[in-house]
Structure formats: structure tokens, C-alpha cells
Design a protein around this ligand. Structure first.
Ligand SMILES: C[S@@+](CC[C@H](N)C(=O)[O-])C[C@H]1O[C@@H](n2cnc3c(N)ncnc32)[C@H](O)[C@@H]1O
Length: 342
């Protein structure tokens, strides 16, 4: 039998179908289905545990099975897949349930505003200081989960294998985690470099949360948590390594911020900037725009290809490496590593 090619409209039919998949997963997460399915359960047991009639459960479970979230033990018995056990159960140290639900909700809210935003003639970034309390809430939930499950493993991979420059573990670094959120990146840097000290800088509300996390790990003597608005204030100190991931989107003058951050580097110090950017490549736009367009339409900053490299260069940094990082929260980012040459 000849295998027919997919119809060229299939991509767009799939888009319509993905709404149903999203809802099926969202309900599963909000009802903690994967916690229930840590052990194999029959349809009747699932219905009982979730206090639902068993009528339509099988279809829901089969859809989640087709999406890789559930395995079938028998035709009537299901268990969470290894992937769901890792990322979607409350007892897992990689749990991203809240982070995923947050992504679903925020992108849905954006789709409701999409058309209206096309008619706004000039987009003004919402005053970023007004966002501060929301960031603090995010730092406790989705930033925490994504830093733990995705960003910190990516940081380890970048420092261990991706970066062309090896920084010896015993180096007495002074590092800066700019817009550090929950604080797991700063904590991870402190552990990786046992002789290091560091600064985490964020809005006061978020810095408070990061400080509690640093205290809980007993590292307050090594990590100084500083607070302020990066639009007008800079961290205090001179640094060997600065980590700046997914922060510049929210800064009113990203160029000015890069200038101020670059000035904080010691000679030969490294600035690692990791942000989604918009390139001229169709595939790359497909990966980035669905997630970053909402911010762009509201006036936030999405660097264009090469823009960050040019800014590093203008500020006395030699761009020693650029790299696509595809294992970052939500969408691929581009890593720029600059070294201060002055
Ligand atoms: C998307 S989160 C990224 C967190 C962290 N860098 C990471 O990659 O996991 C953005 C962070 O930047 C912080 N931020 C945004 N605007 C800021 C500003 N004007 N001043 C200080 N921090 C800011 C937020 O509070 C939040 O913690």
C-alpha cells in the first residue's frame, strides 16, 4: 500500500487539534492526574480518585497516552509515563506542573488580546517596576520550577561543555546573577565554584525571596542579595563572571543596561548573555515568535540577530563565543559570551 503524503493543510488542522491536547493536559495537571498514576490504576479507580464519572475518562487518558504522558499497562489500566513522572508529579525534584500551567494561561490570555494589540499604534512597555510584585510571585512558582528542572541543568552543561573557556572549579570567582529570580542559578554557581562569592540582583520583592532561599541553603555568607530596579540602578561590585538570562526583555533601555553591566566586569571577566532573539531564519522564528510575540506586541525587547554581539563589542568586550542553546525554558535562546579586554 502506498503511503500518501500528508495534506498540506494538515499543519493547520493540527493547530486546531492542539487546543484539545492542551486542555486535556491542563485538566490533568490541575487534577494532579499524574500523581494518581504514579502506580497503575484502572479507569474505575481513576474515576473514583478524581471524583468523576467514568464515562469519558478513557478518551481523555488515550489522548494523554498519544501525547506521551501516560503508558498503558492493559487496555483498562494506565500509569504515568517516565516523562510525566519526571516533570508532572508533585513529588519529583523536576516537577514543572505549575510552570506548564502558567505558560498555558499566559499564552491563552495573550491570544485573547492579540487582535486588539494589532490596532495599538505605539506600544509602551508596562512600567517594569509595576511588574515587580508579579515577578516575586513567579519567582516562588514557575521561575523556581523552570530554574530547577531546566535552567540549572543548562547552566551546568554550558559551563561544563559548551563554553570554549574552562573556568577551573577552584577559581575564587566573584560572580553576578543578574535578575536572578528564585536564586537557583546563583546557588548553583556558588556550589560549582566552592571558593567563589557572588551577588544576586533583582527587584526588592524578588530579591527577598531569593534571600530566603540563599539563607535556607546556608550560603548567605557567600551570596550577597542586592535589590533595585535595573532600569535605573546597578549592582555593586566588580565581577569575574556575569550571568544574565532572560532579563533584558523587560528592561526599557537594554543597550544602556548592557553598557552598565559591562562596566562591572573585571579585566578578563566574562559576561554570559542568554536571550531569545529574532533572526531572519524561518525555522528559528517558528520556535521563538509564538512565545515572545506577546511581549514584543506589548513593547518589550526582543534582540535582533547580532544586536547583542554588536553591543558587547561597543562596550569593550570581545565576543569569544556565540551558540544556540535549545534546552532553555520555553524556546531556544542565543548565548553570547563576551570577555572584557580593557
Ligand atoms: C524571566 S525571569 C528570568 C530569571 C532568571 N534570570 C532565569 O533565567 O531563570 C526575569 C527576571 O528579571 C527580573 N527583572 C525584570 N525587570 C527587572 C528590573 N527592572 N530590575 C531588576 N530585575 C528585573 C525579574 O524580577 C525576574 O526575576
Amino acid at each position: 500500500m502506498t503511503q500518501l503524503d500528508y495534506h498540506e493543510l494538515q499543519t493547520f488542522w493540527d493547530l486546531a487539534g492542539s487546543q484539545v491536547k492542551m486542555k486535556a493536559l491542563e485538566v490533568a495537571l490541575s487534577r494532579s492526574l499524574f500523581d494518581v498514576l504514579l502506580e497503575p490504576c484502572s479507569i474505575e479507580e481513576i474515576a473514583h480518585k478524581l471524583a468523576m464519572p467514568s464515562t469519558n475518562i478513557k478518551g481523555w487518558l488515550d489522548l494523554l497516552w498519544s501525547m506521551g504522558c501516560i503508558d498503558k499497562v492493559t487496555d483498562n489500566q494506565y500509569v504515568a509515563s517516565a516523562l510525566a513522572k519526571r516533570y508532572m508529579t508533585s513529588t519529583s525534584s523536576m516537577d514543572c506542573s505549575q510552570a506548564l500551567q502558567f505558560r498555558f494561561q499566559t499564552l491563552r490570555r495573550f491570544t485573547e488580546q492579540f487582535e486588539a494589540l494589532l490596532y495599538v499604534s505605539k506600544n509602551n512597555t508596562a512600567l517594569s517596576s509595576a511588574m515587580a510584585p508579579l515577578w516575586a510571585k513567579a519567582a516562588k512558582a514557575q521561575i523556581f520550577q523552570e530554574q530547577r528542572a531546566v535552567t540549572v541543568p543548562a547552566l551546568d552543561r554550558i559551563l561544563g561543555r559548551v563554553l570554549n573557556v574552562t573556568i577551573a572549579e577552584e577559581t575564587p570567582l566573584h560572580f553576578l546573577d543578574l535578575g536572578g529570580g528564585h536564586g537557583l542559578v546563583a546557588l548553583s554557581l556558588a556550589r560549582r565554584f566552592p571558593n567563589s562569592t557572588g551577588v544576586l540582583f533583582d527587584f526588592p520583592e524578588t530579591a527577598n525571596i531569593a534571600y530566603q532561599n540563599v539563607m535556607a541553603e546556608g550560603l548567605e555568607h557567600r551570596i550577597d542579595v542586592q535589590s533595585g530596579d535595573l532600569n535605573t540602578q546597578s549592582p555593586t561590585g566588580r565581577f569575574d563572571l556575569i550571568w544574565c538570562s532572560s532579563v533584558l526583555h523587560f528592561i526599557e533601555d537594554a543597550n544602556g543596561a548592557i553598557k552598565r553591566i559591562s562596566a562591572l566586569l573585571k579585566p578578563n571577566g566574562f559576561l554570559l548573555i542568554l536571550h531569545a532573539e529574532q533572526t531572519a531564519e524561518k525555522k528559528q522564528c517558528e520556535g521563538v515568535l509564538p512565545f515572545y510575540l506577546p511581549m514584543v506586541m506589548k513593547g518589550n525587547y526582543l534582540p535582533k540577530q547580532g544586536e547583542i554581539a554588536a553591543l558587547l563589542d561597543q562596550n569593550g568586550l570581545e565576543v569569544i563565543q556565540t551558540e544556540d542553546v535549545i534546552d532553555f525554558p520555553m524556546a531556544p535562546v542565543r548565548l553570547y559570551c563576551g570577555r572584557k579586554t580593557l
